[in-house]
Design a protein around this ligand. Structure first.
Ligand code: ADP
Length: 388
């Protein structure tokens, strides 16, 4: 079994692997740019370099049995040379290749016959753009969503555009390799799921959760699976097909739109642990972090089942212009019954994900309790700010 796991990326997602690594007796060796990144404190060793520095990854490889990712903003082409020389990457680079560019990801999902919003490439010049705009009116019309094809996160790089004039303004000059254009989905809810696949092809799927975003950033995750069997079945089937077709090894987060007529469309995939799975640390038999390490190390997967009646997770975003450590609010959150507070130790900035809190439900509790608990947490954290 592999003992030394290299991780590209040193943020909170790598930091939260610490307990699982200890349990499984693994050493985590991290490649990250900054000594103040959260995972530096839990790493057996840190290699200080940007995550897209493949020369540094070659050095990382000499200290590890295999390498995995907590951040997918890597230079895949440069890593391919290392894989050819025998460096083990899990997920394998060919499983990541169709996913890292949002336009290519949409094309890939469409090829597999998996449901996504309608989408279009952006024209290569002004004439092509005009043709595209005309086609767009017939294909899906306004508003449209314009997304950065690469490196978008937390809604940065996602724009909702209301009319052709604003779209033309955004796309002048047209840069087809920069943008993806897709239909706006007036969704009923947004859903997400974590799924993992082992080296031997075993797949496990976690509970389907509801995510709620404020200003396009995930604020709350409700784990109550109250959408009905058809929705859960659609999500599970999409997740299993996608991981199988990619020959994927590791954990993946998949985000969905649930339409008003009960259809599930894939919004995007994250080929790693994901914010929507943080509740699993406290509310599941096997956390997403342990599952990722199990999958990439060739261990049997653990059960993804809930160990309680449900849960609610609220992200703690920086909301003050100061570098506050929010100690008083954190203490109040920790004092709530059945709460688990995680504080990533990052420099505070408005809008930055600084931590999260998960509250588990008791038998018989459901949707109304998670709504009330989320409100209690947000009152402590965000004061009187409206829920959004
Ligand atoms: P990121 O990769 O930055 O998280 P997303 O593509 O997930 O960006 O978009 C962020 C949020 O913007 C989504 O959670 C959703 O609320 C909204 N959004 C994105 N695409 C669409 C769409 N096609 N229709 C409606 N809302 C969308």
């Amino acid at each position: 079994m592999s003992k030394r796991v290299g991780i590209i990326g040193g943020g909170q997602l790598a930091w939260m692997m610490a307990a699982a690594a200890q349990k499984l007796e693994l050493q985590l060796i991290i490649q990250t740019a900054s000594a103040t990144d959260p995972a530096v404190s839990i790493a057996a060793h840190t290699l200080y370099a940007p995550i897209d520095d493949a020369i540094a990854t070659a050095e990382l490889a000499t200290a590890c049995d295999l390498i995995t990712f907590e951040n997918e903003f890597v230079d895949l082409k440069a890593l391919a040379g290392l894989e050819q020389q025998g460096v083990l990457f899990y997920p394998q680079l060919r499983s990541l290749a169709p996913l890292l560019d949002k336009y290519e990801q949409r094309c890939y999902l469409q090829q597999l016959g998996l449901p996504t919003p309608k989408f279009m490439p952006v024209g290569t010049d002004l004439a092509a753009l005009e043709t595209a705009l005309a086609a767009l009116e017939t294909a899906f019309g306004f508003p449209v969503v314009l997304k950065a094809r690469r490196l978008g996160y937390d809604g940065q790089g996602t724009l909702i555009v209301k009319d052709p004039q604003s779209l033309a303004a955004h796309l002048s000059p047209p840069r087809p390799d920069t943008w993806l254009l897709e239909e706006f989905i007036p969704f009923d809810r947004e859903l997400a799921v974590m799924a993992a696949r082992s080296r031997s092809g075993e797949v496990v799927v976690y509970p389907v959760v509801e995510t709620q975003q404020v200003n396009q950033v995930c604020r709350r995750v409700f784990v109550t699976e109250d959408f009905g069997n058809s929705v859960v079945e659609q999500v599970r089937s999409i997740a299993t097909q996608l991981l199988d077709r990619l020959d994927y090894v590791g954990i993946m987060g998949i985000e969905f739109f649930l339409t008003r007529d009960g259809r599930v469309l894939i919004n995007e995939t994250a080929p790693r642990t994901h914010n929507s799975g943080h509740y699993s640390l406290d509310a599941c038999e096997t956390s997403q972090f342990e599952q990722q390490l199990r999958a990439v190390c060739g261990l049997p997967l653990g059960s993804p089942a809930l160990n309680c009646a449900g849960a609610v997770m609220v992200n703690l975003l920086g909301n003050e212009a100061t570098e506050s450590d929010y100690l008083e609010q954190r203490q109040q959150l920790a004092a709530l019954p059945r709460s688990h507070v995680y504080w990533y130790g990052k420099a505070a900035r408005p809008g930055r994900k600084l931590g999260h809190v998960t509250l588990r439900l008791d038998e018989g509790e459901g949707r109304s309790q998670v709504e009330a608990l989320a409100k209690t947490v947000e009152k402590i954290w965000y004061g009187e700010e409206p829920m959004g």
